[in-house]
Design a protein around this ligand. Sequence first.
Ligand SMILES: Nc1ncnc2c1ncn2[C@@H]1O[C@H](COP(=O)(O)OP(=O)(O)OP(=O)(O)O)[C@@H](O)[C@H]1O
Ligand code: SF4
Ligand SMILES: [Mg+2]
Length: 414
Amino acid sequence: MAADDIITMTNVSVRYELRNSSLKRNTSYLNALSGITLNVRKGETLAVVGESGSGKSTLAMAILGLLKHWKGTIDYRFRECGLTSTEDDNLKRGELLEIWQRSSIVFQDPYSALDSKKLIKDIIAEPFVGHRKGNRKRAEERAGQLVEQVGLTLDHLVYYPGQLSGGQRQRIAVARTLINGPELIIFDEPTSSLDVSIQAQILNLILDLKEQHNLTYIFITHNLAVAKHVSDRIMVLYLGNVMEIGMTDSVFSEPLHPYTKLLISSVPLPKSDYEMKQRESREAEVSSIAPPKGCVFHPRCPVATSHCGWDSKEIIQLIERESYLRLGLESLNADMQDELNFTISAADEDMAGKLLDLIGEKNKFRIASSELRGSKIACRLYVSWSPRMVPKDDRMVNCILYDDEFKNAHDIQK
Ligand SMILES: Nc1ncnc2c1ncn2[C@@H]1O[C@H](COP(=O)(O)OP(=O)(O)OP(=O)(O)O)[C@@H](O)[C@H]1O
Ligand code: SF4
Ligand SMILES: [Mg+2]
């Protein structure tokens, strides 16, 4: 862990248990994060971007020690307090309290985040009192200082949340996170539920407070324009995997990963309320429960190679769809031998020939060989090459196109 890092995560994976209510004994798991290795540098703002379900909030929960099923190591290097958490040696209650004093989180929804029955002064003071940082008088003094620092007045201390606007409530949520003098704040979509006109004010407040309080930020957002505005570095997540991480300016000026390129090409700058829409996969269903093999992005990648992770099941589905659209076949008689080999049986040799043409035309780069054997077609796929984070220029990219080992093995020009 470098001296200027506040958090390092090494190979962190998180899964959620999914219970099938009709068959209670059936438990399946959803991989929300897969092998995340990441450092957060003291004093920086690291933006975390990605579509809905990519694992952004799970990353926040993992850092705050709030998850059950996880693997890997998380190191914390706060001032005068270093802690390490692993799946075998989870943090004790006292250590968790240390982390929650030194790091806090601001959530998206300022309506549900604040207890509607409490006065603002008590809401702001609660973490101070809860962590026994001082008596009630001191807590109220601190609440008074903070309510002014977030741009409200002392009068607001005796309001209830219901008497405040969304933007004012989010200011209170920010004041509350500051009361114990944290070193790290995680913002999880802090402005996405606010009016566009208010968003910029809250963002600027957040940026000012960072300087005043010497803070480190992890800033989770869907909104690439916001990420670009607030962050020093940016991490792009897709289906629980880091796709690219690097300095914000260079990632925006020259995105490397095909997914980052897609995201950035569709940013309607300078519109600020942009929400990334889950793009529908044209070629395959994408799911965190059964993530695609090889590169998780391969079903949607416009430059996917033969070795990006195609498996028999998904290619059969593709051929099924194409044969319905092009040849009018209602169903395809396919037999999957294993992940890389399958056979398609046609009604007769003539249809087998047409299917072979269709397979060659549309799936040439995905299929290593397809051979006609009477009315059957035997297909074999390329062995996939698992992507890993590799350095490229000033950043890390998770794509085999930047992996020299892959390029050398396949004689691809650098
Ligand atoms: N408690 C849970 N139980 C089961 N699955 C969960 C749970 N929380 C999250 N997930 C799943 O884990 C994956 C990652 O979820 P997460 O909330 O971290 O995504 P996100 O990037 O924050 O999405 P959003 O942008 O919608 O907030 C998703 O597929 C989600 O459905
Ligand atoms: S490894 Fe790279 S080229 Fe292959 S599918 Fe993934 S992003 Fe696309
Ligand atoms: Mg989230």
